[in-house]
Design a protein around this ligand. Sequence first.
Ligand SMILES: Cc1cc2nc3c(=O)[nH]c(=O)nc-3n(C[C@H](O)[C@H](O)[C@H](O)COP(=O)(O)OP(=O)(O)OC[C@H]3O[C@@H](n4cnc5c(N)ncnc54)[C@H](O)[C@@H]3O)c2cc1C
Length: 355
Amino acid sequence: MATKKTTHRSVAIVGAGMAGASAAAALHHAGHKVTLFEKSRGPSGRMSTRRTDDWQADHGAQYFTAKSAAFQAEVEVWCQKGWAAPWQGRIAKLDVSNASSLGAEGPSTEASRFEPTPPTPRFVGTPRMTSIVAAMVAPLTLNTQTTINNAQRVNDQWQLHSKEHGKLQETFDTLIWAIPRPQLAPFEASFPSQWQQVLNSIEFAACWAAMAGFEEPVNLPFDGLFVGRPDDGPAASPLSWAARTLSKPGRTGQETWTLHASYGFTQKHLNDTPEAMAERLSQAFQALGAPAPAWAIAHRWLYALAESTQPPSANHLWDEETQLGVCGDWLTSGRVEGAWQSGSQLASKLLYSPK
Ligand SMILES: Cc1cc2nc3c(=O)[nH]c(=O)nc-3n(C[C@H](O)[C@H](O)[C@H](O)COP(=O)(O)OP(=O)(O)OC[C@H]3O[C@@H](n4cnc5c(N)ncnc54)[C@H](O)[C@@H]3O)c2cc1C
């Protein structure tokens, strides 16, 4: 039986989203020396919030669910600490299979067009989506604005280079990549060949996200709306999702809504300007009965949602010989819960590593 390792190792984790943060927190808790590297200005990755002094909007992950017992227990702790809370918004779905439901006969907020979804416990970070990962990594060493662009194994140590700082002084016993699959491509040559099949089975979809601000509260019969099957037929809506920021716990400021484009619409308009996309998604929201926004901006997530063409055999990758690991949502469900599971289970593997 494997025994838990008692010698403490230095571990570099590249990527401070939920997967990197969950691996980091577990390893730190077990006494290892963890250093996180993140290319953005702050942690959290796709669990992100755009904000100014006047408004805020979660424009990546909208909420998360907790299906496994282990994640349910973790979310309960986050809620007790005030990092997360249930979102009790009115969540509805709109079937756009016939044109009239999309406002072809004029915008309408008629509640009957919007079907309530079955009650499901949904959670959000509080006071914003970034809060959970920010709190998880707060006790750790986090180097932001540090894009790792090279990693080499020299004398049983990982030597890292970053775009901003060149060769880093410190070396590490162990390296964990916690970044989306497409961003791993430059480093793949040094990976064990048996990882290739899993790596080749992953595809990422892009997503345009708009944030729209309103002078007055927008009175619609839902706080979150799934726009069903939007990619086909003449009734296709650009939208797949709309959510009201102020319906989520802890949010303050101006009335804002996040509008996500459908997969098909994003593919078709991948290289359009953010201004054009903000306009198109705002128009689609107006077709659901919303007023014209006072302003709207758009962000393109090039790597938004992961899909695997075959179920991966494990939710992380680990190479004992070179002390190299990979975690991320894309190795499992492509969701927040999957990212957490992937990172925490990779950390467990490392804790029982014989080296
Ligand atoms: C539009 C959208 C809607 C979503 N909706 C939901 C939802 O409703 N519910 C849900 O559960 N999930 C949702 N998701 C998915 C969810 O956000 C992800 O599953 C989860 O956040 C992924 O976490 P991660 O740590 O695996 O990756 P990420 O969050 O992508 O973290 C990776 C981090 O690595 C950093 N990085 C990348 N390359 C480098 C490098 N070379 N050097 C240093 N740092 C690097 C990135 O900046 C990023 O911070 C959504 C995602 C998007 C984009």
